[in-house]
Design a protein around this ligand. Sequence first.
Ligand SMILES: Cc1ncc(COP(=O)(O)O)c(C=O)c1O
Length: 414
Amino acid sequence: MMRHQLFRSAAHASALSAGRTGLAAPAWQQAVRQYSIAPAASETKLADIDPSQLVIERTTNPKPLKAAKDLIFGRNFTDHMLMIEWQNTTGWQAPRIVPYQNLSLDPATCVFHYAFECFEGMKAYKDKAGNIRLFRPDKNMERFNKSAARIALPNFNGSALIELIAKFTKLESRFIPEERGYSLYLRPTLIGTQKTLGVGPPGSALLFVIASPVGPYYPTGFKAVSLEATDYAVRAWPGGVGDKKLGANYAPCVVPQREAMGRGFQQNLWLFGEQEYVTEVGTMNFFVALRNKETGQKELITAPLDGTILEGVTRDSVLSLARERLVPQGWNVVERKYTMKELDEAANEGRLIEAFGSGTAAIVSPVRHISWKGKLINCGLKDHEESGEIAAKMKEWIEARQYGDDEHEWSYIC
Ligand SMILES: Cc1ncc(COP(=O)(O)O)c(C=O)c1O
């Protein structure tokens, strides 16, 4: 794999320089010319992540716990972090849990220049018996590996990383409040660490996991949000990387979010194409419930995984629960493209029942209005309501599995 990528890069460089001079480089030169990247991986099998090699160095300076009510998302971190280094010559090194600390990286490190970075967002929950549980961590590992592969970062055995995350999370158990709605947000991150300004597959990488205790997204109950449909910027496009969790996908989304907020909307709604297909909301997947124009049947609709949508773990959970529990009640559950025009029409005809975002942070986020082409589309909530029925049920059903009240295979006991 590495060898193949290296060869392609070298050939590409030669092709570029040949283009400049008008002369093709000789074949021998094409084969050996390289950027300043590390040598190709040897033929020997590279080591995978091995949890049995874990070394733990405990902190001698434990942090005081913050009062649960003072927790702000992503601001406070636990005592330790999990770190695993990778080299293209040897593979994954022994995993280490060490005191939470700064990273020291050369300014030429490739992550700073070419965004060799991908990440995951997942949570650990404490159940009534005090067990720590992860929610569908296999899904996060699958997505993490797909993101890594897309930017030439190394893959790894997902089960081995889950085992290590479970150990790390148990070590940090005192940071997870017992109350419902609280959890430990986990941020697995993978970066290219090779010191080079050459553009090529990183010869070294670092996988680390940090953890941040978080409170309920809606401490005083649901608060429906209003959205601005963004028509001047797109988040993702066919053949792009919008379906991967790359850091590089997120920074460009902040300006449209800030613009929407400046006009009084809590989030922006991402559209795609001249047809104005509805794709995602902020950093969540998006669902609408409406009555079918022809049949009158109730439908729960979300955009399909066509490469422009992040494969949300919560999205998958909502779809699965809807198929299990709403279909028997007469609902149709559909993954298909749908447009703003369709939503507007459904709202005008009184067929739009509700709309909500889905994601790990909030589980569901009910939507009251969408601003589009100067109109304010009402998504079906009455003035006194903060959530529709489906969003409220989904939150209840998913939380029951996260906290182990509804014992289910989605819940991984650490
Ligand atoms: C762009 C985007 N879409 C959707 C989601 C929801 O994904 P998940 O349900 O796995 O949290 C996220 C969350 O991280 C996201 O960043």
